[in-house]
Design a protein around this ligand. Structure first.
Ligand SMILES: Nc1ncnc2c1ncn2[C@@H]1O[C@H](COP(=O)(O)OP(=O)(O)OP(=O)(O)O)[C@@H](O)[C@H]1O
Length: 325
């Protein structure tokens, strides 16, 4: 484990009866990194988060948190983690201060340091001024801040946030994302979400899980590269059969558009431009346009999780309303 690796997951798996919800998943998180964990419903995100946070036993594999093996030394490993589950564990009848004091005690913050820990967490989460309010009377955005404050009250190196912006309005979403970026400066953060722009707005690294398997593990820069380099738009006066392009090395799929135009999706490491030019010249296809396409994260997500990249975009990707919240 390198000196700034905070979480190391090796060959993690989890069965629910016959269903394998997580399959041989391995990854690491370093200090100062916000990792976006993406996947469609039922992909295995929550199961993975619950295992890493020590709330669910894996069927196989290992989890090491800040040097502590979660299975061999669960108490030490869990003390290094702050966890905001999908349903924040809030007591609506307590005030914010009462609740955070309780969480500090639960996380073994020494009694003499609890007030300082509480004030520090409130400060970082923008909760000053609401310490005496009942949690049940706060807006959803403020309740979510309280949920994040309980996750960081003991200053854990690793913070795990499961869908932290679900149900918030756009202003609250923006504030919580800014808070997550802020947390990422000091902690290693795992952010589970199915909101794609959230990953682009807050994360340094992105992972996509599908049917329990990791299908993408990339830095945001790597993803940008993938977005730019994984497709070509080509147009012919006398278009070839789709199958002729699909046969070229590196080509994954071809989509027909109007006026002899086609989108060619290819392996990122195997650009078929030369082969397409040769095919066009050898067969007199009247090639009049060839240029790199650009995929949106949504298209990469769809391609990896359903095998279909639906359409191609120009430099400003269009994101459907339900994903763009
Ligand atoms: N306690 C359980 N018992 C049986 N099956 C479960 C249990 N929890 C989850 N599953 C199944 O395991 C798979 C992965 O579920 P999980 O909740 O980890 O996915 P997810 O990616 O978090 O989905 P979502 O985005 O819908 O929350 C799903 O098929 C789900 O139905």
């Amino acid at each position: 484990m390198s000196h700034n690796t905070l979480v190391e997951i090796r060959n993690l798996s989890r069965f629910y009866g016959a269903l394998q919800a997580v399959r041989d998943v391995s990854f690491t998180i370093r200090q100062g990194e916000v990792l976006g964990f993406l996947g469609p419903n039922g992909a295995g995100k929550t199961t993975t988060m619950q295992i890493i946070s020590g709330n669910l036993a894996p069927s196989g594999g290992s989890v090491t948190i800040a040097g502590h093996d979660l299975l061999e030394d669960p108490r030490a490993a869990k003390s290094q983690i702050g966890y905001l589950p999908e349903q924040p564990p809030l007591y609506r009848e307590l005030t914010v201060d009462e609740y955070l004091d309780y969480c500090a005690a639960l996380n073994h913050v020494p009694r003499a340091r609890r007030v300082q820990a509480r004030d520090n967490a409130k400060e970082r989460c923008g909760l000053h001024g609401v310490g005496r309010r009942l949690i049940g009377n706060l807006s959803k955005g403020f309740q979510q801040r309280v949920g994040i404050a309980q996750a960081i009250i003991h200053l854990p190196p690793v913070v795990i946030l499961d869908e932290p912006t679900v149900g918030l309005d756009p202003i609250q979403i923006r504030e919580i994302r800014a808070l997550i970026r802020e947390l990422g400066k000091e902690h290693g953060v795992i952010l589970s979400t199915h909101i794609l722009p959230e990953v682009q707005a807050t994360c340094d690294h992105v992972q996509i899980i599908n049917k329990g398997e990791l299908v993408l593990n990339e830095s945001i820069e790597g993803l940008e590269h993938h977005m730019k380099s994984a497709s070509l738009t080509v147009a012919f006066h006398r278009p070839p059969a789709q199958a002729a392009l699909e046969k070229l090395p590196g080509v994954k799929s071809v989509r027909l558009e109007k006026e002899g135009r086609m989108h060619v999706f290819h392996e990122p490491e195997k650009n078929p431009t030369d082969d397409i030019l040769r095919l066009a010249v050898d067969n007199n296809l009247g090639l009049y346009e060839i240029r790199p396409g650009r995929l949106s994260l949504e298209q990469i997500f769809l391609e990896l999780t359903t095998g279909v990249a639906d359409g191609i975009v120009n430099e400003t990707p269009a994101i459907p309303a339900e994903l763009a919240t």
